[in-house]
Design a protein around this ligand. Structure first.
Ligand SMILES: [Zn+2]
Length: 432
């Protein structure tokens, strides 16, 4: 790296220090938009403001409708020699968790400052990181920085309700050398396990009055029929058997044993006491490890349940059916968060570790998130990624949500160093 480039990186860090009031003001602006989810369908005004800021900072911005009054924003600051240099994508969501049933000491949408703490909905998850990104872009523009590689940015919505804003943008053919999701990680580098929800349905061909039960269950009754409530026990036991088997046989560094749970989280069905239950649906939540994928996991679950069903004289002629995932917990009652494996030997992760350490003075923790965020979608589409953001999980979604302003400013400087160095680095020569 030339000494001129180094000087300019230092100038950028100095500018971020000098103009930190702008970061505070920007975060306050973001918090003031009531983008709670649920109810969702309320982010377009905020996304319009972000679009204006990105355009002012020199980005080429594309917006697209998602749901009603929910908009997705993707933007590129074109590099001066993009073909030869690394590209980077910064991703975050602007929807925030609901404040329903929470007692707040202050207005959640009027950001407060108490010493080093900023207080307001989303300061930890994750309007804090979004403000840091936008603040950095402003300072790049103010200093006239021209990065050789492309710097991309996605401002998505829907993450809080399992909605696929990030997936929608990536499936349109995004290609980038590395992505960083700024979701809440307390400045730890994180990957994640995956989660998928599914419905298992048992359905009887015919509906019977309760008076027929005697003929279904008593000796000599002669009626081959069954209660779906009782048959769901077969399914639940099969799931428990598989959950136990996974706990014993599978593991992944950074996860306590048995983290790969199968939760029978919700059940609905039957008609009322004058009927034998003719249809029951079980909603399950399946957690899996970073080195596993959605398709293999759902196949394993189906195989286990179908094997148990095939051993049951009634179920074998009326096999369970499965519906997996969904694109929104609010619309189709399902969600998928694919897993994210970290490649700790990759140049990008190593550079992020170095930039973190040079800013903070100690090496970052590299670990696995106890939650799920949009980082898995990048892995799903083959884009190397890390989850790395300010704020703490204990503050996410809670009342009087707080973040350290010092940490936000430190985060901005680390990202600035990382953006600078990554987008100045030449792409490695392609092996053929
Ligand atoms: Zn989040």
């Amino acid at each position: 790296m030339s000494s001129l480039a180094k000087a300019t990186e230092q100038a950028l860090l100095q500018a971020l220090e000098d103009h930190q009031d702008d970061l505070f003001e920007k975060l306050g602006q973001l918090v003031a938009f009531k983008t709670v989810s649920p109810t969702a369908r309320n982010t377009t005004p905020l996304q319009e403001m972000i679009t204006t800021q990105l355009e002012t900072a020199g980005f080429d911005v594309k917006t697209q409708p998602f749901y009603d009054t929910d908009t997705l924003v993707s933007a590129t600051l074109h590099g001066t020699d993009a073909k030869a240099h690394n590209s980077l994508l910064l991703n975050g969501h602007v929807d925030v968790a609901t404040i329903a049933d929470q007692d707040w000491q202050t207005d959640p949408f009027t950001m407060q400052r108490n010493g080093d703490l900023v207080i307001g909905r989303g300061v930890s998850d994750m309007k804090g990181a979004m403000a840091c990104f936008l603040y950095l872009f402003d300072q790049l523009k103010a200093l006239g920085v021209q990065l050789p590689g492309d710097l991309k940015f996605q401002s998505v919505v829907g993450e809080e309700a399992g909605e696929v804003g990030t997936k929608r943008l990536l499936e349109q053919g995004e290609t980038v050398d590395f992505a960083l999701v700024g979701d809440t990680s307390d400045l730890q580098l994180q990957g994640q396990g995956g989660v998928i929800t599914g419905w298992v349905t048992l359905k009887s061909q015919k509906t019977y009055h309760d008076g027929n039960r005697v003929n279904m269950v008593a000796a000599g009754g002669g009626l081959k029929a069954a209660s779906m409530v009782e048959k769901m026990v077969v399914v639940i036991q099969a799931l428990q058997t598989l959950e136990h088997y996974w706990a014993v046989t599978k593991s992944y560094p950074g996860f306590p044993a048995g983290t790969d749970t199968i939760n029978p989280s919700y059940i609905e069905g039957g008609i009322h006491p004058a009927f034998v239950a003719d249809e029951v649906r079980l909603w399950i939540t399946v957690h899996f490890y970073p080195d596993e994928n959605v398709d293999d996991i759902t196949a394993e679950v189906e195989q286990q349940v179908l094997a148990a069903a095939t051993a049951d004289p009634w179920l074998r002629d009326n096999l369970p059916t499965f519906e997996w995932g969904g694109e929104s917990m609010l619309v189709d009652k399902g969600e998928v968060f694919p897993s994210l494996e970290l490649d700790e030997d990759s140049a990008a992760i190593q550079l992020l570790e170095v930039t973190h350490e040079s800013q903070i003075g100690e090496a970052p923790t590299v670990t696995m998130s106890t939650s799920v965020a949009d980082g898995g979608w990048f892995d799903y589409f083959g884009i190397p990624c890390v989850i790395y953001g300010p704020g703490t999980m204990s503050q996410a979604h809670t009342n009087d949500e707080q973040a350290s302003f010092t940490q936000l400013l430190t985060y901005t400087k680390i990202i600035a160093r990382f953006v600078w160095q990554w987008c100045h680095a030449e792409k490695p020569a392609k092996e053929n």
